[in-house]
Design a protein. Structure first.
Length: 418
């Protein structure tokens, strides 16, 4: 089955892609203090937050329409997506620049790097559109080459700047900036070569893009808030050093997401193609694979926790060993996120992404409240507890909404097609 073959390729590329930062973890933790490593984490978190607003998850339009549009119409759609991205970038950049005038630092980040983040966000999304096209075309190997090459350039330059030129935490910021810029240019070239790039203004298509993407802004922002607010709270309520230690534990727990993202990258093209003409048999097949997926992810949580605690002392400097206490809780949180990932595409199929704005924002608000009270009561580990609750609520709400509005045989075999 192609979804299994592609999923294996995506998993292999993801393992290599994520293994590179792990291999370099001893080096980074030797040359960067926990406080500097925490600052790197804050920088990457803010990129994610800004990308939610600038990018509007605009590449979701590619996933939704790829099999419904002709090649030419898809090219025109992507051209209009890039036009929308430019306007959102300008709005966010101007807003950020004005804000930076009144604040010397935001979350310990110097203002010059803060001003660069909207630009990095739009570069990230350009690359994301290209990766989505490659994924929908089933070009898993090319996709993997792009991902791994990006990481190699990113971290390779960072290591050179860190060791040879002693740039400190900014070595990572410069490495990220250069890699994002380079691969955005390559993405545009690939899209143009494959004739998926046509800058013909289409008002109707632009409205369709905004109709799907604008409701995803609060959804994407809420999702990012759940994923990253823990470290922002720790930075303000504990200290930057603890952010660095927590981030190392978080990296191990996130191995669970490595698997879920790899599977979903292969799953979504098959899922959208299958439900383009659904039958009872196809729905039963989807449900069966979903059950298997959830069981495997839960087993992976246990495996990651055991192995993570065993290998942590060999990967990091002694200053970071406390990170082991966070691994299980982060991994469990990503089990619930993995459940959310498998239910999310149903809302895209139904064209009801507006519900995600409600469910994710509600989960994000609960997450923010819990972060404050649980960190205050339990310390930094309370942030991991808050993340688990938020992801559980988010996945539950999306599942219940899907179950109500799109018939699937979750508990019994159904002969009815929607």
């Amino acid at each position: 089955m192609q979804v299994i073959r592609n999923s294996t390729i995506y998993l292999g590329s993801s393992i290599v892609n994520k293994a590179i930062p792990f291999i370099l973890l001893p080096l980074l933790t030797e040359y960067l203090s926990p406080s500097e490593y925490g600052l790197v984490s804050i920088f990457q978190i803010l990129i994610s937050l800004f990308t939610a607003v600038v990018g509007m998850a605009i590449n979701t339009n590619v996933s939704k329409n790829f099999y419904a549009y002709s090649h030419l119409k898809m090219a025109i759609s992507i051209g209009n997506m890039l036009r929308v991205l430019m306007f959102s970038f300008l709005f966010v950049f101007i807003t950020t620049y004005i804000a930076s005038i009144f604040f010397d630092e935001i979350f310990s980040l110097p203002k010059n790097w803060l001003r660069a983040i909207p630009f990095l966000s739009v570069l990230f999304m350009i690359n994301g559109i290209n990766l989505t096209v490659l994924r929908m075309k089933g070009e898993a190997i090319t996709f993997g080459i792009f991902e791994i090459s990006n990481t190699l350039v990113n971290l390779g330059l960072s290591v050179i700047l860190l060791i040879q030129f002693n740039y400190g935490w900014e070595s990572r910021a410069i490495g990220i900036t250069f890699a994002y810029f380079l691969f955005a240019l390559l993405a545009l070239k690939v899209l143009a070569n494959k004739r998926y790039l046509k800058f013909t203004y289409d008002a109707q298509e632009t409205r369709a893009i905004l109709k799907l993407s604008l409701p995803l802004v609060p959804h994407a922002l809420g999702g990012i808030v759940i994923a990253v607010s823990d470290r922002l709270f720790i930075e303000k309520m504990v200290d930057l050093k603890t952010v660095g230690i927590y981030t190392v534990g978080y990296m191990f727990g996130m191995i669970v997401m490595l698997f879920t993202e790899a599977f979903v990258k292969a799953w979504n093209p098959w899922f959208f193609r299958t439900l383009n003409n659904p039958t009872s048999e196809k729905k039963v097949q989807i449900v069966r694979y979903t059950y298997i997926y959830l069981a495997v992810v839960l087993l992976l949580v246990i495996l990651v926790t055991v192995m993570g605690k065993l290998v942590l002392p060999y990967f990091v400097d002694a200053e970071y060993l406390e990170a082991s206490m966070y691994i299980f809780w982060v991994a469990l949180g990503y089990f619930f996120f993995g459940a959310y990932q498998i239910f999310f595409p149903y809302l895209v199929v139904m064209g009801r992404t507006s519900f995600l704005a409600v469910s994710t924002v509600l989960s994000a608000v609960i997450n923010l409240i819990l972060n404050y009270f649980l960190i205050r009561h339990y310390g930094a580990i309370g942030a991991a507890y808050a993340t688990i609750v938020a992801y559980f609520i988010s996945s539950l709400l999306v599942f219940l909404y899907q179950k109500k509005h799109y018939e699937m045989p979750w508990f019994v075999r159904s002969k009815t097609t929607t």
